[in-house]
Design a protein around this ligand. Structure first.
Ligand code: SIN
Ligand code: FE2
Length: 219
């Protein structure tokens, strides 16, 4: 509980407070605020080796969100389905290594939300431009559902939809700002979630984009 107490005391880096969304789910406002420029540099470094691309769903539609990955495994979708793979299908090379800072911030955020010992091995990097969205879905391609999802927001704000375990349950709508982190695991691990179409804008750091890091223990 040390990190949680720090957050309430405002002593954690960039702490903006913690909002419990549901059992096992928390929004950590401004948790990575102080690290935003460094995080963006790491994203740009990853994207040099593994460029952002709009992947195709199993149904044959190009996603509006552009994606890349770093870590031992990367999340991919194509006509063959959704899965994790060790290599970038575009280059045939392994995904770029996960920057140590990503691991550290994810472990710290997970701990603050009550999940000790989180060791992500996969980081999906989403890039949204105006109009891009992510329909309600569950994260369920990972092997170990005892481990949470840690989701980091950078750049333009977005409306995060956070629903229940069934698609028909009406989702809560939460505005996510640059530097916010959402963690969901335990009893919330299979909640539906998504992102409303991004409003156009210009962020001082990321310009016309919103980036999202989704850190997972996939293998
Ligand atoms: C995701 O569900 O993979 C991303 C959510 C987000 O962009 O905040
Ligand atoms: Fe997701």
């Amino acid at each position: 509980m040390g990190a949680l107490a720090d957050l309430f005391a405002g002593t954690a880096p960039g702490a903006g407070g913690i909002k419990i969304l549901a059992p096992g789910a928390a929004l950590l406002r401004g948790f990575v605020q102080a690290s935003l420029p460094a995080l963006l540099q790491e994203i740009e470094h990853v994207a040099k080796a593994a460029p952002f691309r709009r992947m195709v769903t199993p149904g044959g539609y190009a996603m509006s969100v552009a994606m890349t990955n770093c870590g031992e495994a990367g999340w991919i979708t194509d006509l063959g389905g959704y899965r994790y793979g060790a290599t970038d299908p575009q280059s045939g090379r392994p995904w770029p290594a996960m920057p140590p800072m990503f691991r550290a911030l994810a472990a710290g955020a997970a701990k603050a939300a009550g999940f000790d010992g989180f060791e992500p091995d996969a980081c999906l990097i989403n890039r949204y431009e105006a109009g891009a969205k992510l329909s309600l879905h569950q994260d369920k391609d990972e092997r170990d559902f005892s481990q949470p999802i840690v989701s980091v927001s950078l750049g333009l704000p977005a409306v995060f939809l956070f629903g229940g375990e069934e698609r028909r349950q009406k989702p809560a709508r939460l505005r996510l700002e640059s530097g916010d982190v959402v963690v969901w695991g335990g009893p919330s691990r299979h909640r539906y979630h998504g992102i409303d179409p991004l409003a156009p804008g210009s962020d001082p750091l990321t310009g016309p984009y919103r980036y999202n890091l989704t850190l997972r223990k996939a293998l």
